[in-house]
Design a protein around this ligand. Sequence first.
Ligand SMILES: Cc1cc2nc3c(=O)[nH]c(=O)nc-3n(C[C@H](O)[C@H](O)[C@H](O)COP(=O)(O)OP(=O)(O)OC[C@H]3O[C@@H](n4cnc5c(N)ncnc54)[C@H](O)[C@@H]3O)c2cc1C
Length: 315
Amino acid sequence: MSTDSAVFASVTDVIIIGGGPAGMSAALVLGRARRSVLVIDEALPRHRVTRESHGFLTRDGVAPAELRKAAREQIAAYPGVAFIEDSAVEAEGVDGDFRVTTAGGTIYRSRKLLFAAGMKDLPMDLEGLEDVYGKSAYVCPYCDGWEMQDRPIAVIAGKHTLHLTRTVAGWTDDVAVFMNGTDLPEEDRAQIQSRGIPIYEKPIARIESEKGETSAIVLSDGTKIARTAVFFAPRLAPGSELPAQFGCAVMESGAMIVDETGRSNVPGVFGAGDGASQKYQVAAAVAAGSAAGAGINFELLDLDWERKAEEAAIL
Ligand SMILES: Cc1cc2nc3c(=O)[nH]c(=O)nc-3n(C[C@H](O)[C@H](O)[C@H](O)COP(=O)(O)OP(=O)(O)OC[C@H]3O[C@@H](n4cnc5c(N)ncnc54)[C@H](O)[C@@H]3O)c2cc1C
């Protein structure tokens, strides 16, 4: 703990690190359960690059910022929930007494801790990809396939190339795979080619676009292949390293391993959303946040129930 940090006097029931769909969903459940909650959020949700968020019932097609605004407005009805825009840089303590230090230099205390810090994209090492990301280049066909349907789509090979190609093929008959220096098992290659899908072997020099709209993939030998949409597997890292530093068990991706109520292997520490799953969908993150909120409240109710018995015995 930094020696020049200011310790916030009151202890909240729960600190939530991350105020994306998962963290806000947990905050809503906990606020309605009359808990005191502090949400510490850097405000960099993963889908901020995209124009519209799709597939979440009643909010299909809204801008991520709009989704966030509506959530904040509804949570504001519950006075136990407070938000601060800051970055959690240190977390320590034990069940019942956690301390979280922010980049702003304040130490906040809570009885329970929920990590909802999401996953973040690592820098893209392909020229032009960042210009089109979230506008005509996407990672999830379920999120954005409908809008890209029937376009000439480029699949950039990476992790699970066959899986991504056959999934994208559900939205268009015009798919081309770009190996870009990666390998593909012979059997997978044969499956793709036997469906009439071309595979380009040469590395990609750049993606050409205008105002975010992809127009072509340019290969290292100068060949230009007209494409108006791209799907690729991004390189991801956990939104926060704090769960791993805290001793929480993590998957290969770095995401926390939790049970269906978000409980981790560390007592009192919970996880929800992209940073504690492999689902990467707003609906899944909201569901996980809701379950974690109830899971945390259940543990707090247990403690309160015991305390009530002790108090009644004294009287
Ligand atoms: C291009 C793109 C398009 C997408 N489109 C869709 C779509 O159409 N439909 C859909 O369902 N899903 C979509 N997704 C996936 C969706 O963005 C995620 O599934 C969802 O945002 C996960 O919610 P989350 O709360 O777990 O994490 P996030 O939304 O990433 O929120 C995590 C929050 O934690 C904060 N944080 C991280 N570390 C710290 C820290 N140390 N201290 C304080 N705060 C911290 C972050 O700044 C962020 O605000 C898309 C993703 C991408 C990349």
